[in-house]
Design a protein around this ligand. Structure first.
Ligand code: SF4
Length: 402
């Protein structure tokens, strides 16, 4: 139902990643109340978890945070019966166990997300997430494997492992379990033709041992998203990131040693507090050195309550101008990566037919590929890549030459 419609209850699941997200949540709450003054307005997620005092001043009936999501529906029912304000907030740092959530499907029955971890204690200086989510909690490997097996049996052809900081998976479990142990358990439970893709990783996860073991897993996609945030060591230090550019580059080199031209993708923040033109130039040079396949770039946005919010800010126009320059570099590198694949054959998992009538899907390295064919939905086909244009590679089903 569209948000404009009148409803008995409005559930506003908030994000609190920047001050702008908070503002949008407040607007949404007021809008819901205005639209249906008698309705229940329930708020959950990171905003009430981190800023309960701000929510309490708003016209809200039920306030919950990021914990006990299953209990939330019961609270909603109680609110419906009693119509008395409820606040159900815990201290995120007191949580000790992982709360499994039903895996969610994307793009029909093709790809789905499997959450294996919650929480983060890295405390990057610009990020509010550790306060919203608490310490690391992991879904045990055996349970993740069972869930993956069930999803494959339901027909999903690709499973994406997600979490707040999946590199820390296992920290809270007995023994010295690492992400690689989980990957091996999940791959052992999956049919060979179901892909496994990893969410964002910390560069320090990538070691020789990780690469050797990961490269032996046939289902694992050669697509590694290593958050960079800045390519300049002094900025990384101010960000309180736990690696420097040399350690980052070591990860990039290792991945290229063990995988065939893997897609190494990243996130970047431009105009972080105090970032000088020289520091930004170092970042640009580092982007070229790494040769990223794709990048997400954001101008720094203040998150009140974090150390970075109290640092010397870079003017908005400069943040945006640097964002545009980094985006130009990213586009160049992306095109170079796509062009390298023309003439090669890759298995493509097709998802949908585009407006141009061609079927569209993803290669293991997450390149978007288009090809002609009958109903290819949810099918993996070998495709010869014949050309690249814009964001998409063109291909022909079956073998042959370009
Ligand atoms: S690792 Fe990610 S989630 Fe954790 S504090 Fe840093 S940016 Fe936030």
């Amino acid at each position: 139902m569209p948000f404009e419609g009148a409803a008995d209850a409005y559930i506003i699941n908030t994000c609190s990643v920047t001050a702008v997200s908070d503002k949008k949540s407040r607007q949404m709450i007021r809008r819901a109340r205005k639209q249906a003054p008698e309705a229940i307005v329930a708020v959950c997620g990171c905003y009430p978890q981190t800023h309960p005092e701000e929510i309490k001043d708003l016209p809200v009936d039920l306030i919950a945070g990021t914990g006990d999501r299953r209990g939330f529906l019961e609270l909603l029912e109680r609110e419906w019966q009693d119509r008395r304000p409820i606040t159900a907030l815990d201290n995120a740092f007191d949580r000790r166990t992982f709360e499994p959530l039903p895996a969610g499907g994307l793009e029909g029955r093709t790809r789905c997300l499997l959450k294996i971890e919650d929480g983060c204690v890295n405390f990057c200086s610009y990020c509010i997430i550790p306060y919203a989510r608490g310490r690391v909690r992991s879904l045990p490997a055996g349970e993740a494997a069972k869930e993956a097996e069930r999803l494959a049996a339901e027909g999903y052809r690709e499973i994406v492992l997600t979490g707040i900081e999946i590199s820390s998976w296992g920290q809270d479990l007995p023994g010295d379990q690492t992400l690689c142990d989980l990957l091996e358990a999940v791959c052992a439970a999956l049919p060979r033709d179901v892909r496994l893709r990893l969410g964002s990783l910390e560069p320090r996860t990538i070691t020789g041992d990780f690469c050797r073991r990961a490269a032996a897993l046939p289902q694992l996609c050669p697509h590694f998203h290593l958050s960079l945030q800045s390519g300049c060591d002094t900025v990384l230090k101010r960000m309180n990131r736990k690696y420097d550019t040399e350690r980052y580059y070591e990860s990039v080199t290792l991945l290229r040693q063990y995988f065939d031209d893997p897609a190494i993708t990243t996130d970047l923040i431009t105009g972080f507090p105090g970032e000088t033109e020289e520091e930004f130039s170092e970042t640009l040079a580092f982007l070229h050195r790494c040769g990223f396949a794709d990048m997400h770039i954001f101008p720094y946005s203040i998150r009140p309550g974090t150390p970075a919010a109290r640092m010397e800010q870079v003017p908005k126009a400069i943040k945006e101008e640097r964002c545009a320059r980094a985006a130009e570099t990213a586009a160049e590198l992306h095109q170079a990566y796509l062009r390298r694949w023309v003439g090669r054959q890759v298995p493509v998992l097709f998802e949908e037919r585009g407006e141009n009538g061609l079927w569209r899907g993803h290669a293991p390295n997450y390149m978007v590929v288009e090809a002609e064919g009958e109903n290819l939905h949810n099918r993996t086909m070998d495709v010869l890549l014949t050309g690249s244009g814009g964001e998409v590679l063109q291909g022909r089903i079956g073998g042959g030459h370009v």
